[in-house]
Write a protein that binds this ligand. Structure first.
Ligand code: SF4
Ligand code: SF4
Length: 202
């Protein structure tokens, strides 16, 4: 990636840190890379190496461009200009912005298309198409919830089945234990079978 920032501008930051308390992203995160000084250092690295990693994109994207750092800087660093060049390089040389957002931004620069789209939307609103689409979306959402409930009921039924079979196994173990106790496994008497709870004919 190539940043259109000249070396003098990049070197203008003397790293004094006076801007740090004025940077909201630094105050929230406490991370050097989220401060103006850290970002300028990363810009220098990218200019030297010619490549940008995910961390660079993340910290540049997190800058809210309030320019609080510029007014606090005693060295008169033109941070805003550097950030504009960086954002432009990110937008034109990488795909860090999702395609849909890029398309939306592009439309913002086309007033005729924007105005035609607004007229179409207004027409759709008047004809109730949007309300219809909203109702369809609500029905789909409700269907999704019903499917989730059915799935949950299916899981509950499976759990109940498992509990039932475990109870049967427990009951069977208890019967064998009683049979052993009353010695009714072979030639069991009617009295012993009655005591252990099994059928005397079984
Ligand atoms: S423009 Fe604002 S958020 Fe970005 S580095 Fe400067 S003070 Fe921090
Ligand atoms: S941007 Fe300015 S205030 Fe911040 S570290 Fe660099 S020279 Fe100091």
């Amino acid at each position: 990636m190539r940043l259109e920032i000249d070396d003098d501008t990049l070197a203008s930051c003397v790293g004094c840190g006076m801007c740090l308390p004025h940077c909201p992203t630094y105050r929230v995160t406490g991370e050097e890379s989220a401060s103006p000084r850290g970002r300028i250092a990363m810009m220098r690295d990218v200019t030297e190496l010619g490549t940008a990693d995910d961390a660079f994109v993340e910290f540049m994207d997190a800058c809210i461009q309030c320019r609080g750092c510029e007014t606090a800087c005693p060295a008169g660093v033109n941070y805003g200009e550097m950030m504009e060049a960086t954002r432009e390089a990110l937008a034109t040389q990488t795909s860090y912005q999702p395609t849909i957002r890029r398309a939306a931004y592009r439309i913002l620069g086309m007033p005729r298309l924007l105005s035609a789209s607004s007229r179409l939307l207004a027409l759709a609103q008047r004809m109730g198409v949007l309300r219809l689409a909203g109702s369809a979306a609500a029905v789909l959402r409700r269907m999704g919830s019903a499917a989730a409930v059915l799935r949950r009921m299916g899981s509950a039924a499976a759990v109940l089945r498992r509990m039932d079979s475990a109870a049967r196994r427990g009951r069977s173990r208890e019967l064998s234990r009683r049979c052993r106790r009353f010695r009714c496994v072979s030639g069991r008497s009617k009295r012993a079978a009655t005591m252990c709870g099994s059928s005397p004919d079984a």
